[in-house]
Design a protein around this ligand. Structure first.
Ligand SMILES: [Zn+2]
Length: 100
């Protein structure tokens, strides 16, 4: 049973695209692959190469403060927002009542 996909291959796609955005093509003499793995060379460093996206993303994050995690949409607690609107409406009504 060697055909089980690793997390890395499952996560490829979007996350490897992000890694590619910050990678440069290999220079002359630099291997494009190490074994089966595609090499990622850092755009910003003279000679940093990573054998997989995880290593490369760790490098981007620690050396260049580039966060490569795919961010999820922030969930605004809608109940709270509605409650605030409701409170404001109550306050407005009350002041209106006082004015008349
Ligand atoms: Zn770098």
């Amino acid at each position: 049973m060697s055909s089980i996909l690793s997390d890395d291959s499952l996560a490829s796609g979007r996350s490897s695209q992000i890694a590619r955005d910050h990678a440069r093509p290999p220079r002359e003499g630099e291997p494009t692959h190490k074994g089966k793995n595609l090499m990622f060379y850092c755009k910003y460093c003279p000679d940093f190469g990573a054998q997989n996206t995880s290593n490369f993303k760790n490098h981007l994050q620690s050396k260049h403060q580039i966060i490569t995690k795919t961010s999820r949409a922030v969930n605004i607690p809608s109940n709270l927002a509605l409650q605030n609107l409701y409170d404001q409406a109550l306050i407005t009504n009350r002041t209106l009542d006082l004015d008349t």
